[in-house]
Write a protein that binds this ligand. Structure first.
Ligand code: ATP
Ligand code: MG
Ligand code: MG
Ligand code: MG
Length: 470
């Protein structure tokens, strides 16, 4: 079996062998974009190179980039534990061309690596292209010999990428792996595409236009390539499993939580083990890159992730803080590839232990309140917003934790009611500070908090990596 660590290495070696500069992963906190919460794609650290603001001593590069999609436009937090292919933290393998090679070579590289180097069966692969991109369609015919019915034209934004309203843009071509008839789902573009049978493994972006105000105004004189392949997804393919959570890395992490909780990752408990393994990784990598749990901004996203994992540890019957005891398994799996994890191990263990100790003081009472409030609710019921707010305010339950807790029972939360209760409390706090007459620092803080969203990062504008804090 090819290990996840081997696959990462093999990807980097392949492209380095083809002349690409091997660039280490950038930290998860974007240094070149204050509006972006976390690095969420391999191209983010290269943004300025693509737009010509920065130059590098190379024109092609390869990386395995740490990514977090747990806030903002790309938010996969709610998918975790429920789909086979989404994580909050994952590694994006990517090769990049800055005005060097273009479509033909990008497709050739992808196809060669997948089918020759790694030996995947061409019959299992399907490509999508943007509906007007005849060039890519023809290249998939020519290079890969894919039959026409397995080159699918897609007309949606899924196959058109833009850096923002202004800047480079272009069509994408995505490669899907068919995990087999025994799994529900149809090919991309079909009515059943949301199933899990066809899994997107690699996205090739052909940057060929220049946009202004969301309109294409020119073609780039030297088009560029940005690709991203999910390491965990391709590991599942190469290890002959359908589910990312059945790959070597996740199996090791889940074995550790099984051992410590004396439970099995089966039946109802499977999702809990998966959430714990996933959130252990994102917590670990975020702490290693300098994020600590807090009540606002990035730190609050981290706190949400940690507390959600901690609720699942509680579900599994953990009587004592659990998460920090899983850190050695994480470091054993990933510390060689990411030495920052090894360096952060003591801090990570201490942070998790402290957060879980604090949260456990209110967790049981909060869950009791939640049970009482929903006792008589049948499937489809809605928890009042004020109750969700009380759980947040008094028991330290992030909103999405409450949502996650009710999801398994088919219940929802009244989001608008929650927001209203939150706004009311803010207004009351603001009024209480009105005393001094002039606008003091506290009131300025309230303004700022309101502007930036003191407790929760709500979203991005509609463009890749161009985050606007709402
Ligand atoms: P999906 O449609 O499955 O959500 P995506 O189109 O949002 O994926 P891209 O933005 O194209 O993903 O990212 C490039 C690659 O990164 C994807 O092809 C996939 O292999 C991987 N990837 C994206 N999101 C995740 C995630 N949350 N967890 C694991 N891998 C991911
Ligand atoms: Mg997605
Ligand atoms: Mg997609
Ligand atoms: Mg994609």
């Amino acid at each position: 079996m090819t290990s996840t660590n081997d696959i990462r290495r093999s990807f980097l070696d392949y492209f380095e062998g083809a002349g690409h500069a091997r660039v280490p992963s950038a930290p998860l906190i974007p240094h070149n974009d204050p509006t972006l919460m976390f690095v969420n794609a391999g191209m983010v650290p290269f943004k300025n190179v693509f737009v010509g603001l920065e130059s590098r001593p190379y024109s092609t590069a390869v990386s395995s980039q740490k990514c977090v999609r747990a806030g903002g436009k790309h938010n996969d937090l709610d998918n975790v534990g429920y789909t086979a292919r989404h994580h909050t933290f994952f590694e994006m393998l990517g090769n990049f061309s800055f005005g060097d090679y273009f479509k033909e070579q990008a497709i050739t590289h992808a196809w060669t690596l997948l089918t020759k180097e790694w030996g995947l069966s061409p019959d299992k692969l399907t490509a999508t292209v943007y509906h007007t991109d005849d060039q890519a369609f023809d290249l998939w015919r020519k290079i890969a010999g894919l039959p026409e019915e397995r080159i699918i034209r897609i007309a949606t934004k899924d196959n058109f990428w833009a850096m923002g309203p202004d800047g480079p843009s272009g069509p994408c071509s995505e490669i899907f792996y068919d995990h087999g008839e025994h799994i529900f789902g149809g090919p991309p573009g079909s009515p059943d595409e949301d199933g899990d049978r066809f899994v997107e493994i690699w996205n090739l972006v052909f940057m060929q236009h220049l946009q202004e105000n969301d309109e294409i105004v020119a073609d780039l004189p030297r088009p560029s390539i940005d690709t991203g392949m999910g390491l965990e997804r391709v590991a599942a393919v190469m290890q002959g499993v359908h589910d990312n959570y059945d790959t070597d890395t996740f199996k090791a992490l889940i074995a550790a939580s099984e051992e410590l909780t004396k439970t099995k990752a089966e039946g109802e408990q499977q999702a809990s083990h998966r959430v714990i393994a996933d959130h252990l990784r994102s917590s670990g990598f975020l702490v290693a890159d300098g994020v600590l749990p807090a009540n606002e901004g990035r730190g609050y996203v981290l706190r949400r992730i940690m507390r959600r994992a901690m609720r699942h540890a509680h579900i599994l019957g953990a009587k004592e803080p659990l998460m920090h005891r899983l850190v050695p398994a994480l470091v054993a799996e990933m510390g060689a590839a990411y030495p920052e994890l090894v360096r952060a191990q003591p801090l990570l263990e201490a942070t998790l232990a402290q957060e879980e100790t604090r949260f456990r003081q209110t967790l049981a009472n909060g869950l009791r309140l939640l049970d009482e409030a929903t006792m008589n609710m049948g499937e489809g019921g809605t928890l009042p917003g004020e109750t969700a707010f009380k759980l947040y305010d008094t028991y330290g339950f992030p909103y999405d934790l409450t949502e996650d807790a009710l999801r398994a029972r088919g219940l929802q939360v009244d989001r608008a009611g929650f927001d209203a209760a939150m706004a009311e409390q803010k207004a009351a706090a603001r009024a209480a500070w009105k005393g001094s007459g002039e606008k003091g620092s506290d009131e300025l803080w309230f303004d700022l908090a309101e502007e930036l969203g003191s407790t929760e990062f709500i979203g991005y504008s509609g463009h890749e990596g161009e985050g606007v804090v709402q």
